[in-house]
Design a protein around this ligand. Structure first.
Ligand SMILES: [Zn+2]
Length: 357
């Protein structure tokens, strides 16, 4: 059958189709208090609470109740006395057998125990309900669809900044994200029985700050995107959660650049190191390496230290060092006097062949 309304709202509230709006209200109050998740911690209480809310939402609204009655064979018009009496006694019989405390199992003969939709439809047509029934079907189908259609959570995008060193070695970061969740009170409906939900103030949403610990793998490149599955906004009504997409920004280092598996180093050396040569320790990501500088090294000269680059998948890159002669910015008077002495002592002219090669 097309109709999706299967729950017996009267049974849920412990009422009969004859109960008036006052009965509905007081039954709702009693049961809502009884099953409220804040009060009742039994495993079923949340589901029961929701059922009570749902039942009340329909039965407390004259229009909705009429629609519900029509679709479920509870409706009686003045001209239908006989049929509706039958329906009512039928209902009573079943409601005595089943109670809300023990939710009924789906029974194959369920349709046989109460008036079927076809019966009611026939009755309505006789009473000029023909067009009404279609509207009701459309309305209820649409309403149920809008309210309960599984909705997947949205993805969240964030950025994280790490040092070059961390990008090589790998690290972890705690990322703060704003999680948009469905309001637990109104379940995103925004209104409860016509009045604004007090928990979310009618937004239907619940914003939560969430800290997510993210492991950043070693040898990650600038601009790489990490996908953290399921850490986006949660889904509703059985929809799946979105993902968190994290873009990794690697801070620039003025001296070091990574090129594939090679580490490109721009290494400052002093004028005397350039002249005299020597062993220069260089900090590397896995300890330190020693560059043996030959005598008379020139600025811009390159040295390749094989196997001292990035190690990935059993492959070893190289460290490629470009030296750059630099002068200390705060030379002492003694040092300056020594440079003056050097200048006087210097005999060769390194610029003498500029024109002749
Ligand atoms: Zn709410």
């Amino acid at each position: 059958m097309v109709i999706g309304v299967r729950k017996n709202y009267y049974e849920i509230l412990g009422l009969t189709p004859d109960s008036d709006s006052q009965d509905v209200k007081s039954a709702y109050r009693k049961l809502a208090r009884k099953y409220h998740p804040d009060v009742n911690k039994t495993p079923d209480s949340e589901k029961k609470f929701k059922d009570v809310l749902e039942a009340y939402e329909v039965l407390s609204d004259e229009k909705k109740r009429k629609q519900y009655d029509m679709l479920n064979g509870f409706y009686k018009s003045p001209k239908q006395k006989v049929k509706s009496e039958g329906a009512r006694s039928e209902y009573k019989k079943t409601s005595e057998q089943k109670t809300y405390e023990q939710p009924k199992k789906e029974k194959t003969n369920d349709n046989a125990t109460r008036p079927t939709f076809e019966d009611s439809k026939e009755a309505f047509q006789k009473n000029d309900f023909k067009s009404a029934i279609n509207d009701i079907l459309d309305g209820i189908a649409k309403e149920k669809k809008n309210k309960r259609k599984p909705k997947n959570g949205e993805d969240i995008f964030a950025e994280v900044s790490i040092t070059l060193e961390d990008s090589v070695r790998g690290t972890s970061r705690v990322v703060n994200v704003l999680h948009k969740e469905l309001c637990p009170n109104c379940e995103g409906r925004r209104f409860i029985n016509g009045s604004k939900c007090s928990v979310c103030n009618g937004t239907g949403e619940f914003i939560q700050h969430k800290k997510i610990n993210v492991k950043i793998p070693a040898n990650i490149k600038n601009g790489a995107k990490l996908r953290i599955q399921g850490e986006g906004n949660p889904g509703f009504y059985g929809g799946v959660s979105g993902n968190l997409y994290l873009t990794v920004k690697v801070e620039q280092n003025p001296y070091i650049r990574i090129d594939g598996e090679d580490i490109l180093y721009r290494l400052p050396i002093t004028p005397f190191e350039a002249v005299l040569g020597g062993k220069i320790p260089i900090p590397a990501f896995n300890g330190r390496v020693i560059l043996t500088l030959p005598k008379n090294t020139l600025s811009g000269q390159k040295f390749r230290l094989a196997g001292e680059g990035i190690k990935t998948n059993g492959k070893f890159g190289d460290m490629i060092i470009t030296v750059e002669i630099q002068i200390s910015k705060d030379l002492s008077d003694d040092e300056i006097r020594l440079y003056e002495k050097l200048k006087k002592l210097s005999q060769g002219n390194i610029r003498e062949n500029l024109y002749h090669g």
